[in-house]
Structures are given as C-alpha cells and as structure tokens.
Design a protein around this ligand. Structure first.
Ligand SMILES: N[C@@H](CCC(=O)N[C@@H](CS)C(=O)NCC(=O)O)C(=O)O
Length: 285
C-alpha cells in the first residue's frame, strides 16, 4: 500500500477532504482502470480532473499531493494514496462487495498487478508513438523544470527513485522521440503477454477463472490502448479480442473507454504516426 506520510504532502488542503476523492485524467489508462473499478463497486466519489496534456500534473499544487506527479491519486478521508494498483487493493479491502479480488488470492493478484504495472512505460511509449503522436517533445522543458523543482520528492518519507525514472523517460523522449527500435521492443513484450493471456482465455471466460476480477480491468485497459495504437488483436489473439469486446460492452467499462475510442477514430488516428509507419509494420506483426 502506498499511503503518503505527512512530510510527503505540501498541498495541505487535501488533509481536510472527507469521503472518497479521486484526482485523475479522462484519457489516462491508470485512471480508466480505477474508474472502472469504482463503477463496478458503485463507490460514490468526488472527481478532481488533472489535465495531463497541459502538464497540470507537473505544477506545484498537484506535486504537493503526489510528489511523483502521476495520476490517479486517491484521497480518502484526508489520507493520500498513490499508485493505481495499491489504490485498488486498498479500496477492495474497504469496499469488499462485489469482490473483484478473489478471496484467498490477494498475494497472487498483487504480484500479477505488479507485473502489469512494470509494463506501464512500454504502454506509454506505444501510446505516444502511435496514439497521441505529439509533433514535438511530449513534455516541454518548462514543464519538466517545474516537475524537477516542485513537490517533496519523497514517498513515505524516503527520496523517491520513481521520480528520477519519470524524468529520464521524458528527457530521453525529448532527445530521441519514440524510436522504431523502442516501439518494436515494447510491442514484442506485449505480444508475449497477450499470447499467454490468449491461452488462458481459450479455457475460461475471465483471467482468474469464472468471475470478473481486477486483472480483467487492468488488462482490458492495456488491450484498449494498444488497439487504438493499431495492435492487431483480432488476428493475433482471437480469445483476447472476444473477451475485450465483451468487457467493452459492459456499461461500467463502456463509459470509460468510449471517448478515447471516438477521438482515435479520427482520420489518421488509429495506428499511425507522423512517419506513416504503423505498429504492425514496425513490430513486424
Ligand atoms: N504506476 C503508476 C503509473 C501512473 C502513471 O504513469 N500515470 C500516467 C497516466 S496513465 C501519468 O500520470 N502520466 C503523467 C504524464 O503523462 O505527464 C500507477 O499505476 O498509478
């Protein structure tokens, strides 16, 4: 559980927030995952949108809440929680019905979610290369300077190494963009993952067996973003494709993925970038 301590938090007003508050962005994959979870649990929550395209997450107010500068963030009765999977595990404990982590499988699910989170920067690489495709550096120098200079720089009272990982990611992206080689390496990692998931889904309706779980939410979000990037799920992983279409039709999922789907359907959107090379071409799929 990543629950922040007092010295991590500089935006003190959040300490007085009562109830469930979520700082999030409509098009962020981790925020979508959390919102679907909240929808399925029917947990009432107050929304605080953070605009990632204008780098609101790199400004002092937000860094004063999450020193890592990432969404989503949960503030529950004045206590700040970061990291989407930790937030989900925390809420599962507090709001156990309906169960989305099968009883007795808590540790296994936590390990599988950690594995999913370890691929987040690969998802970001493919998102920026094929879905968002900004014409220049994804984060302007002024935003990065603000990111570096602000916030406590600690998580749970300890200097946060994750912040440095984020800085290096954006600095490298500004230097070299999202190259073919990096996009290909990231796509191949996902291919291995989805091949395994396809075999699982050939045998059972959901990733953990007969019932929907947080793993279905987490992987559906990845599948959805990669679909927008032009990943050929129907051809390569037919069971994943059928499972994803089923989930996307559920209202709790549909309302969180509809908007992005629409915007990526604009001409030149799906699977393309400035060079005109598709994910399939670059990855050799
Ligand atoms: N491991 C983190 C990853 C969070 C993350 O990277 N969030 C992205 C959005 S999906 C973000 O805030 N990006 C900041 C940016 O684009 O500037 C979690 O699961 O919460």
């Amino acid at each position: 559980m990543v629950q922040l301590v007092d010295s991590d938090i500089r935006t003190r007003e959040v300490l007085g927030w009562k109830g469930v508050h979520v700082l999030h962005f409509m098009g962020s994959s981790c925020s979508q995952k959390l919102r679907i979870f909240l929808n399925l649990k029917k947990i009432p929550w107050q929304s605080h949108p953070i605009d990632l395209p204008s780098n609101e997450n790199m400004q002092p107010w937000f860094l004063g809440i999450n020193p890592r500068g990432l969404v989503p963030v949960l503030v529950h009765d004045g206590v700040v929680h970061i990291e989407s999977n930790d937030i989900i595990e925390y809420l599962e404990d507090r709001f156990p019905t309906p169960r989305l982590v099968p009883a007795g499988h808590e540790n296994e699910v936590a390990a599988l979610l950690k594995h999913e989170d370890d691929l987040h920067l690969d998802l970001r690489t493919l998102s920026f290369r094929f879905v968002f495709a900004p014409p220049g550096p994804p984060k302007p120098a002024a935003a990065l300077e603000s990111y570096i200079a602000n916030g406590a720089g600690t998580v749970q009272g300890v200097k946060d190494r994750q912040k440095q990982v984020q800085i290096e990611f954006w600095q490298r992206a500004a230097r070299e963009g999202f190259t073919d080689a990096r996009a290909r390496a990231s796509a191949l990692k996902f291919r291995a993952e989805f091949e395994a998931l396809d075999q699982t889904l050939a045998k059972q309706p959901y990733l953990m067996g007969a019932d929907l779980s947080v793993l279905d939410i987490a992987w559906l979000i990845y599948e959805h973003r990669l679909l927008l990037a032009g990943y050929p799920f129907a051809r390569l992983h037919p069971h994943v494709h059928a499972w994803a279409e089923r989930l996307r039709a559920m209202p709790e999922f549909a309302k969180e993925v509809a908007q992005l789907r629409h915007s990526a359907a604009q001409p030149g959107g799906i699977g393309r970038m400035q060079t005109g090379k598709t994910l399939e071409m670059i990855a050799g799929f």
